[in-house]
Design a protein around this ligand. Structure first.
Ligand SMILES: C[S@@+](CC[C@H](N)C(=O)[O-])C[C@H]1O[C@@H](n2cnc3c(N)ncnc32)[C@H](O)[C@@H]1O
Length: 266
């Protein structure tokens, strides 16, 4: 997926200005606490501009974020608040291949990072990264596009327009569903109008998103030495056909319980 998010990274925080990162971080904290990680070191896969990481640091966790987009990492580094310097760091790395030589109490991947891994190979590689960086008993929390919800209410064209003191940004999202590959190509056209100069320019990116079904996720987690502990609707209870967004908390299997077929865990 390299290249995705380079063009419109600068407008990402504006486009998601109203997203409740603080509330989402409290929800993730709730999942972590429920599964025995009330504090500790967290590895965030696909940390973007670092807004969940910041909120989790405010809740007491230390977060090390990795992201393939140098533009996103640079934004995240620049917005680390002074009082959280000791608890936050961000670096460029791919979630499929990063091996940091360190183990964490939890690994998280939020706001569709798993669905950006659109092939079996990419998703298995991301799960292997998560599994290999978790301490035994550690927890992996990630959200994803939930297949039954996506197919029940397929994606449609959406327009999002936001403005700040510098610019007005209008983003058109045009999806194409490929049901035999379980993916949706979302073509974004982003129009940026700068107030100071009245200049308008246009950016385009296509993001390939995979929607997932629980049995395949369970199989891939198992191969990475993890097991589903919780599968629910993001922020609100039970998964069902009306929901696009699922979340899973998976636990790292202890070696003795892992059985002969496990691979990928350190
Ligand atoms: C929708 S953004 C979410 C960012 C952040 N987690 C948030 O909640 O705002 C998806 C992020 O995943 C990153 N990403 C996708 N695939 C990746 C990969 N293979 N390796 C590292 N980062 C990846 C993108 O660069 C982007 O920053």
């Amino acid at each position: 997926m390299s290249g995705v998010f380079e063009a419109y990274a600068a407008y990402y925080d504006l486009l998601y200005r109203d997203k409740d990162y603080a509330g989402e971080a409290r929800y993730v904290q709730g999942l972590l606490v429920r599964h025995g990680v009330p504090q500790g070191r967290v590895l965030e896969l696909g940390s973007g501009t670092g807004r969940h990481a910041e909120q989790l640091a405010r809740l007491g966790y230390s977060v090390r974020g990795i992201d393939a987009s140098a533009a996103m990492v640079s934004l995240a580094q620049r917005r680390i608040p002074q009082d959280l310097q000791a608890r936050l760091s961000f670096e460029v790395a791919d979630v499929g291949s990063a091996r940091l030589g360190s183990q964490f109490d939890a690994v998280i991947a939020l706001f569709h990072v798993a669905s950006y891994q659109s092939t079996n190979h990419e998703l298995a590689a991301m799960f292997a990264t998560a599994g290999s960086h978790l301490k035994p008993g550690g927890v992996f929390v990630f959200d994803f596009w939930y297949g039954p919800g996506v197919l029940t209410d397929p994606p449609a064209v959406r327009v999002r327009r936001l403005a700040d003191e510098d610019a007005t940004v209008t983003r058109i999202a045009e999806p194409t569903l490929y049901p035999n590959r379980n993916v949706v190509d979302v073509h974004y056209t982003v129009f940026v109008r700068r107030h100071a100069t009245q200049e308008t320019f246009e950016l385009e990116e296509t993001h390939r998103m995979r929607y997932l079904f629980l049995p395949e996720v369970e199989l891939m987690l198992d191969a990475a030495g993890m097991r589903v502990l919780t599968a629910e609707r993001w922020l609100s209870g039970q998964l069902d056909l009306t929901s696009w967004q699922g979340v899973i908390a998976a636990g790292k299997l202890q070696l003795a319980a892992a059985g002969p077929s496990r691979g990928g865990s350190a």
